[in-house]
Design a binder for this molecule. Structure first.
Ligand code: URA
Length: 238
């Protein structure tokens, strides 16, 4: 017999929505357990025993969780569809019937590591600020980055009215008038890396995410992916 589990956690696990959205569904009376509407947040159910419905539709717990690490090419959008008809990252994953979605976003012009999954809880865990999941990027920036400017970024700068959290920057090499740097941040503001370097007058000319925590992109070719195992998933949070 399965262990009792909180209703909102069960709903999120079944891929209904994020846990927070599932809580809203409960409060708004959309969820019923064994035919009775439940609006009480502490309610627990036993998967496989209790019948849970959302707006009258039976919730099934049988979708297996799948995890992929994609090397996103430039020119692809990380939304599930695009009104402008640009290619979507999800179209790169072949022969998988699960409803995958990208965890977070990468800009159109950014390439590199992108996790795709149908596990709403893991996606939430990776993105929740309290977990401070580290994301590492290699950036080619215009100009020669000086240690003082690098230190300023590492300590935090005022970006759109809010200080950035501490970052780790390593200068890897200089190429012509540009610098190749490695930067690790744990925030996920929109276009954050580009904005941080623009702020110190070193605009980014090329950006690639190379790792989530200690889960490295490695030698996955552009546009290709590999399936992740439980050991890989642990590395995200190291
Ligand atoms: N920071 C950016 O500027 N762009 C990305 O795609 C990711 C992080």
């Amino acid at each position: 017999m399965n262990e009792p589990i909180r209703l909102q956690k069960y709903l999120a696990q079944c891929g209904v929505a994020s846990r927070r959205t599932c809580e809203k569904f409960i409060l708004s009376g959309k969820i019923a357990v064994d035919g009775t509407t439940v609006t009480e947040m502490g309610t627990k159910i036993v998967p496989g025993k209790n019948k849970v419905t959302c707006s009258g539709k039976l919730i099934k717990n049988k979708e297996k969780h799948l995890y992929y690490l994609l090397n996103k090419p430039k020119g692809y959008v990380t939304t599930l569809s695009d009104p402008q008809g640009r290619p979507v990252v999800i179209s790169l994953i072949k022969n998988v019937s699960a409803r995958l979605f990208p965890v977070g976003r990468l800009d159109l012009d950014t390439e590199g590591a992108l996790i795709l999954t149908n596990d709403g809880l893991l996606a939430q865990k990776i993105q929740h600020p309290s977990n401070e999941t580290r994301k590492t990027y290699e950036a080619i920036i215009r100009g020669h980055l000086q240690p003082a400017a690098s230190a300023a970024l590492e300590n935090g700068i005022l970006l759109e009215g809010k200080m950035t959290a501490p970052a780790k920057i390593t200068i890897l090499s200089r190429k012509g008038g540009n610098t190749l740097v490695k930067i690790t941040i744990h925030e996920g503001r929109k276009r954050q890396v580009r904005k941080m370097f623009s702020h110190i007058n070193h605009p980014v000319v090329h950006l690639k995410r190379t790792a989530y925590g200690k889960l490295f992109l490695g030698n996955i070719p552009s546009g290709k992916y590999r399936q992740l195992n439980p050991g890989d998933l642990k590395k995200i949070f190291l």
